[in-house]
Design a protein around this ligand. Sequence first.
Ligand SMILES: C[S@@+](CC[C@H](N)C(=O)[O-])C[C@H]1O[C@@H](n2cnc3c(N)ncnc32)[C@H](O)[C@@H]1O
Length: 499
Amino acid sequence: MAAYSLLVDTYRDICGGAAAFSAACVRALPMTAWRADVASHSGTDPGADSGPHVPGYAVPIPWRTGAYRISTDSAPVDFMAHYLLGRWHIQEEAALLAVHLLAPSPGDHVLDMCAAPGNKTAELALAVGPEGAVIAADRSRARLGVVQTTMNRLGLTNVTRLVADGGDFPAPDNTFDLVLVDAPCSAEGTCRRHPDILHDAERLGRANHSTLRGAQVRLLREAARLVRPGGRIAYATCTFSPEENEGVVSDVLGARGGRPVGLRVALPRDIAGLVLRPGLPSWQGERFHADVRHARRLWPHDNDTGGFFVCILEKEDAGSQGTGGRAGRGSAGGSIRAGSALDANALPWSILGLDSADLARWRMVRGRLVSPGLAWRATLDPAAAHTTGVSSGLRLFNPKTSDSRLTTEAARVVGPFAQNGTVEIAPDQLVDYLLGREIEPRGVSPAAPHIPVVIVRCQGAALGLGRMQADGLLESLFPRTWGGVDVQRSLNRNDITPV
Ligand SMILES: C[S@@+](CC[C@H](N)C(=O)[O-])C[C@H]1O[C@@H](n2cnc3c(N)ncnc32)[C@H](O)[C@@H]1O
């Protein structure tokens, strides 16, 4: 426990109550989740939460529209089923602060520079909507795979994944409206979820914080190059370490010399219902840039959350590109729409009976369904478009079957608009469907008897695929592993540990 005592001792004078801080660090973290079926994720639409479908076990988080504490020790089966169906996303409350303060708007083009495993990518994608786009970049190809898993589960068609070093990013200057730098850090603030951290003397040591600081400064400097004049950057970490927080922002603002990057710290918004503390003026003899006081710190004991730090920076206007309006969009190669339009007369749309108006919601890029706003070809360096790590949206056809079958993720996205090739099940059959059991469907669309693999729907929402059998029963084709979890285990044991 020596490292833990050292942690408490180190931050004793800046945490605002060492005893409360110390106790909070070893308390289990409440489970929090947000609704992915709520229209607004930017926190600007307080009415978005008032729908009839919020279950009793979900207690609203006052400061973040659509986010809840799940108030049972183990999540109920109902929650798990709706999680699998992409109606909930589990994310630590403290981590919600970054996108909340960045405040994306519909239509924004956003770079999520350190995106994996993709929690904030998902928040961003829902906030910018189909006319916006999120480039989810990460240095780790393996971790980017988890981003795709989340995109599939939530049905996100406006995200491009890209393996890239955020410190040397393949896009021209001034490309993005917003950049999120959710930096790799010592992660001290996640100690309630990962108690091992409290015993990890090396991770908690000052030498580690100093090393990380250099890498973080490099990322934030590159973000300054990539954001357009008038655009915003959120620099965020989940650590208490002043070197990695105020120190990094201070360095990029030029407090220790170095070339200026044209950023200023934006004044923070007040957030009713959340206790935040200002950025520190100094630490262990180092005086930070005066403006870092506008950064915000979230300590675990103030709101019963994890620890977090966010600073919003704005790129100064160069004078030639307007004042805060969108600039530089598509400047790398003309404002083009990526991919091709979908043809209602071609397969599979003709069988499913989707008309041209429905199909205008998506375009196709290399066999993948993408939102109209996802013009990544226009924003990335052409060389990057050839790297194998680039992929956008959702795969349309399942490559593992020989019958041109849709993927589950594509079926879930296009299914609500299909006129043919669908079957309807009742809400009380939902869990049986997810568990892969045979079901007697409640309704079958006119053409479905002739189409063996159908889209399964429940109350207008598409759940996935099924196969109609000769006896009129429906065989579930819901995947055994979905959203990165074992479906049987999650529904039978309320366990969402990733497989
Ligand atoms: C704190 S995690 C990001 C969490 C993520 N934003 C979320 O909300 O799910 C930091 C990520 O940065 C990535 N990373 C580390 N160095 C990087 C670099 N130079 N460029 C891009 N990504 C990097 C790591 O692989 C890791 O996935």
